[in-house]
Design a protein around this ligand. Structure first.
Ligand code: SAM
Length: 280
């Protein structure tokens, strides 16, 4: 028997089997379901066998008004489920105001764990997960987009963003220009048929996306790794060593020697070695 409360219920981000048993139980027993888009969620509820649910819409433009209906429903012993179109409500989705107003009114709020694109992406990103920052969608305006990406220079955490398919190429072009040596993971269509994880250096991402139109299709989460101390930064001592070597040995050989001694990648050294040779 479920207790009377507002339940935050995550729904699948692609694969319907990702709905949890607890989510189904809450949805089947809910006396009221508050959904971001009732028509959209009705399709899922039908598939789950939630028949004739009493539903109200709850989106960015009517949350405050919906909160009073939800509070009233719980106060009279009801079970209210809050759902969004996909994934976890409140994570770049409506629900924040409802939860705040319910808490203020001493209405019990019970969150259910479940699908969330942010966490799913982070787990598969192969980037550090011990410290991360979720930023919602990348800004749409060019100036803010550039400022946001600039602000990631020198940070020590993994930055995670949502992005729309029509903007992914432009956004990754900016990331490539501003943070070329950062590791990035583009998490595309997670839990769906064309699920893909593209783990690349930021500077390689635009060409990679352009090489195949399918690579820019679908839903995206972008994770940007912090620059490791030794990544892309070649110390003055190594530059000196390379400079000395290129005076007497071919560029390729000089790069091989320095790469073997330092663990740096040969291709990271190559352009620098050419420059040093020309300056000699
Ligand atoms: N609340 C949702 C959650 O918990 O994942 C996110 C809602 S937000 C409005 C929708 C965005 O999440 C999409 O535009 C995309 O960036 C990301 N997203 C959602 N599902 C995804 C999936 N299956 N694969 C990749 N990204 C996804």
């Amino acid at each position: 028997m479920l207790e009377s409360a507002l339940y935050i219920v995550p729904t699948p981000i692609g694969n319907l089997d990702d709905i949890t048993l607890r989510a189904i139980e809450v949805l089947k027993n809910a006396t009221l379901i508050a959904a971001e888009d009732t028509r959209h969620s009705k399709i899922l509820l039908d598939k789950l066998g939630v028949l004739n649910p009493k539903m109200i819409s709850c989106h960015d433009h009517n949350e405050e008004q919906r909160a009073s209906i939800i509070i009233e429903e719980v106060n009279k012993g009801g079970i209210v489920a809050l759902i969004s179109d996909a994934g976890s409500p409140l994570i770049n989705d409506p629900g924040y105001k409802v939860v705040t107003l319910c808490s203020k009114a001493n209405v019990k709020v019970i969150p259910l764990p479940g699908p969330c694109a942010l966490i799913t992406a982070l787990e598969a990103s192969a980037l550090p997960t011990d410290k991360f920052m979720f930023n919602g969608f990348f800004p749409v305006k060019e100036k803010e987009l550039v400022e946001t990406i600039e602000s990631l220079k020198g940070v020590d955490y993994t930055a995670v963003f949502y992005e729309a398919p029509r903007r992914i190429l432009n956004t990754m072009e900016k990331v490539a220009q501003i943070l070329p040596e950062h590791d990035v993971t583009l998490c595309r269509e997670m839990t769906k048929t064309f699920e893909s994880f593209y783990r690349l250096k930021a500077k390689d991402a635009p060409a990679f996306l352009e090489a195949d139109p399918d690579r820019t299709k679908g839903e995206f989460v972008v994770a940007i790794g912090a620059l490791k101390e030794d990544q892309g930064v070649i110390s003055p001592q190594i530059v000196d060593a390379l400079k000395t070597l290129v005076q007497t040995t071919p560029v390729k050989v000089a790069c091989n020697v320095v790469a073997n001694l330092t663990g740096l990648k040969k291709n990271e050294l190559y352009n620098l070695a050419l420059e040093l040779k020309e300056k000699n």
